[in-house]
Design a protein around this ligand. Structure first.
Ligand code: FAD
Ligand code: SIN
Length: 542
């Protein structure tokens, strides 16, 4: 059983900081929302490590938005719906494609330098996009440029208080509404940050898997703490594996952007044969789930653990100009993209589901909002279109800011008598959290990965239920909280994956290999109080 809080506390005995809005997370979603709010509200922005460490920072390909004359929101909408495999929220997609361009203007106003050619924004293409519509910066360092620009703005704004190395342990609720969060300070003491509105912008959960493109911080904290606080968690069985992460002994699973395929790279199996033409008419630029599974099938057929990405037919100038970061990273391992084929394999990359929100970014818990990868707005459906996540983070961050500015009333002045305690044991065995995390990641990769089956899923759930006893132990450190958060997310993902007896988008069941629109045009929604629910998808699209 997952308890309501992972630590014992009495609010009245803890230092309190008061702010109008608490934003948890300093990626694109958190920083941008803070900047949109700070003219009218005091904002406290907490980040569990440094201000600039996030998934956002590693984004390569770019940000999708309609800026070209030969493109239109309608085309962007269609591409997003097709990738989402029949269960996107059409309303949320409309919001994304129509409001994205305005957010791009904001990013430019905040100082983001997107790449230009002859004074015009340069656009690239990625999988399942029908047009070149992806803006990028410094070739393949889009996320780092966005973080640089937004964090510089946040740092010089007096209305934004930035608390780095502050780990949010749990959201505090009182009478069903969120009244802020319990945060661990760098000195090990706890602080209660009391806020009229709380925005979760804590990013994804790539660390659920042994192989991931995500940095260490992506431990699903926001999903887990919102679940404990009573929010609804939706569509989490849909985990996107990026087809092309570097696969080389001793190297991390560094992302080799889809934009490399967008600029002409092809995939070859270890015999040197191209294969994507056998799997999809869009070949290397088919939706990500299709490319990732095709790669695994080729690996299985040829008894290999990787395939190759080949861009050697393109000019040295193009490769070095468009992909300077990737080029340099490969070179560190003796791989020269100009002359060598790059060994790649799929790795966990993005979680399409998350905390269920409405079009204002509001969760079911009053005064609690979510945006960015932690949220499930319905934009991505069963499979995210490349480069839609940064755009989604901004668009819904802005909507949250507008809503908070106009709707949120102040909390009462008095601190309510919220407290929690339960019988907890001292840590029982000698296994470190590093070991526990690795065991969990291997289990997830094996049974809840790219290809799933009832047998494996049931085994994983049984194991996870056994691990869940960790909640009974006394926890004090961020790595311990991260582990139980990962465990919670793992259990949510595995249970939803078992429930969905079909294959759709990123969720592939070997025992139910077909998409079943008759039964499964639905969402799986989970809550601590109501368990696992099924919710009909509202649209009958492709
Ligand atoms: P993040 O950027 O992940 O930020 C989360 C923040 O929350 C961090 O600051 C973290 O420290 C903080 N946090 C988490 N838990 C806690 C806690 N308990 N207490 C306090 N703080 C906490 N998407 C695109 O659209 N285009 C791309 O080109 C692209 N490329 C990508 C490349 C890579 C390698 C990766 C990993 C992802 C890529 N994505 C891309 C996906 C995209 O980067 C992310 O989905 C997006 O950046 C998420 O932004 P976010 O603000 O929601 O979360
Ligand atoms: C990439 O550059 O391939 C990643 C883009 C994304 O995840 O949207």
């Amino acid at each position: 059983m997952v308890p309501r809080y992972v630590v014992d506390f009495k609010l009245a005995e803890i230092e309190t900081i008061k702010t109008d809005v608490l934003i948890i997370g300093s990626g694109a979603a958190g920083l941008y929302t803070a900047l949109q709010l700070c003219d009218q509200c005091s904002v406290t922005l907490v980040s569990k490590t440094s201000l600039t460490q996030s998934n956002t920072r590693y984004a390569q390909g770019g940000i999708a938005a309609v800026t070209a004359e030969n493109d239109s929101p309608e085309l962007h909408r269609q591409d997003t719906l097709i990738a989402g495999a029949g269960i996107c929220s059409h309303e949320a997609v409309e919001v994304l494609v129509n409001e994205g361009p305005n957010c791009i203007n904001d990013l430019i106003r905040y100082g983001t330098n997107f790449d230009k050619k002859d004074g015009v924004l340069e656009l690239t293409k990625e999988g399942a996009h029908s047009k070149r519509r992806i803006l990028h910066a410094h070739g393949d360092a889009t996320g780092a440029e966005i973080v640089r620009a937004l964090s510089e703005q946040a740092l010089k704004n007096e209305r934004i208080t930035i608390l780095e190395n502050h780990f949010t342990i749990d959201l505090i609720t009182n009478k069903g509404e969120c009244i802020g969060a319990l945060v661990l300070k760098p000195d090990g003491k706890k602080v209660y940050i009391r806020a009229d509105a709380t925005v979760l912008a804590t990013g994804g959960a790539g660390q659920l898997y042994r192989y991931t493109t995500n940095p260490e911080i992506a431990t699903g904290d926001g999903i887990a703490m919102a679940y404990r606080a009573g929010a609804y968690i939706k569509d989490v069985e849909f985990i996107q594996f990026h087809p092309t992460a570097l696969f080389y002994p001793g190297a991390p699973r560094f992302l080799i952007s889809e934009a490399v395929r967008g600029e002409g790279a092809v995939l070859r199996n270890i015999k040197g044969e191209r294969f994507m033409q056998h799997y999809h008419p869009q070949k290397e630029l088919a939706p990500r789930d299709i490319v990732a599974r095709a790669i695994v099938t080729e690996m299985e057929k040829t008894g290999s653990t990787f395939v190759y990405l080949d861009i050697t037919h393109e000019s040295e100038e193009l490769i070095k100009h468009r992909f300077p970061t990737i080029y340099q990273e490969c070179l560190r391992y003796g791989l020269d993209m100009v002359t060598d084929w790059i060994p790649v394999a799929p790795a966990a990359h993005y979680i399409m589901g998350g905390i269920k929100t409405d079009l204002k970014g509001e969760t079911a818990t009053p005064r609690l909002y979510a945006c960015g990868e932690v949220s499930c707005t319905g934009v991505h459906g069963a499979n995210r279109l490349a480069s839609n996540s940064l755009a989604e983070a901004l668009v819904f961050g802005l909507r949250i800011a507008n809503h908070i500015r106009s709707e949120i009333s102040p909390l009462d002045n008095e601190i309510p008598a919220v407290s929690f305690s339960m019988l907890r044991q001292q840590t029982m065995n000698n296994e470190t959290t590093v070991e526990k995390r690795l065991r969990l990641q291997k289990l997830m990769l094996r049974h809840v990965g790219l290809k799933r089956h009832e047998k494996g899923l049931t085994k994983a759930i049984k194991e996870l239920d056994r691990f869940i006893k960790s909640f009974r132990f006394k926890m004090e450190r961020p790595d311990e909280f991260e582990y139980v958060n990962l465990l919670t997310c793992a259990s949510l993902v595995a249970n939803a994956a078992l429930q969905r007896e079909e294959s759709r988008g990123a969720h592939y069941r070997e025992d139910f290999p077909e998409r079943d629109d008759l039964v499964w045009r639905k969402h799986i929604v989970q809550s601590i109080e109501d368990g696992v629910l099924e919710e009909r998808s509202l649209h009958d699209d492709e």
